[in-house]
Ligand binder design. Structure first.
Ligand code: ATP
Length: 249
């Protein structure tokens, strides 16, 4: 059975139906991708999967348990972590603090003063281990605001990873990144896939096709195609988009 499933999801805003009847499944240990044109409903779908939106019909099941309708914080505590399209970091702090605040051990200790947090070697070691996973351990004590755009994206992923998820949702991880930062992010996702089940929305087809085991194409609020990158290479919509991307590159 898949680790995570969406079954017959329907979502409308007022009279606008955004998701018609979406079914998706993500296998443990795989990287799954979601692609589709602007406005197809990908972000809405992500919001439904991770609990920010409640579906009007259908259900979301994680590890055999129905999670649709639960508050997003509860879903997160069950092991579902996500990054957001807009970076969501504390800029007036150091890099490691962003990670420490997201550690379950931090919440369990109920430490309120940051000075207490910084003298807690267990929290520091755990946060450093997380930063090491994303290649930022050497920047731990630097100001968060001093990071490059690519490193900020890696820190955002570290914050999602700090929650010790079983499944990691990444919302357009390459958005705003240049070629070099995108290449480094691809290496990071390859490292993270050893530990986590990953689902990502992505516009960069080259990135997605290099990393994903399975890709679902969403269009008009429906899944119009699904398969391995090799299987999707022949899909009419995918070929058109790849061609468009190549001619704009
Ligand atoms: N909270 C909302 N209220 C009303 N309409 C919304 C809301 N959220 C999204 N929509 C509409 O739903 C449609 C799908 O939006 P969504 O952001 O899910 O698409 P997307 O595939 O992620 O697009 P993009 O690739 O541009 O990010 C759009 O027409 C959008 O205007």
């Amino acid at each position: 059975m898949a680790l995570f499933e969406a079954r017959n999801i329907h979502k409308r805003f007022g009279s606008r139906v955004v998701l018609e009847n979406i079914s998706l499944s993500f296998e443990a240990g795989q990287v799954s991708g979601i692609m589709g044109p602007n406005g197809a409903g990908k972000s809405t779908c992500f919001h439904v999967l991770t609990g920010q939106h409640r579906p009007d019909r259908g259900e979301v099941v994680f590890d055999g348990q129905r999670i649709s309708g639960l508050p997003p914080q509860r879903i997160a505590r069950m092991g579902v972590s996500r990054s957001f399209q807009l970076m969501n970091l504390f800029d007036d702090t150091v890099v490691i603090e962003n990670v420490m605040l997201a550690l379950p051990a931090f919440r369990r200790r109920r430490l309120h003063a940051m000075s207490a947090v910084f003298s807690d070697s267990v929290l520091i070691d755990r946060a450093l281990a997380v930063l090491d996973q994303v290649g930022l351990a050497a920047r731990a004590w630097d100001a968060a605001a001093s990071l490059s755009y690519g490193d900020r994206r890696a820190l955002e992923i570290a914050v999602a990873v700090a929650a010790e998820p079983r499944i990691l949702f990444l919302d357009e991880p390459t958005s705003g990144l240049g070629a070099e930062a995108t290449r480094r992010l691809a290496l990071l996702v390859k490292r993270l896939r050893e530990r986590y089940t990953i689902v990502m929305i992505e516009h960069d087809m080259r990135f997605l096709f290099e990393l994903a085991d399975k890709i679902s194409v969403i269009h008009w609020g429906q899944v119009i195609a699904e398969g391995t990158p090799a299987q999707l290479g022949d899909n009419k919509w995918v070929r058109r988009s790849t061609l468009a991307e190549a001619t704009h590159a």
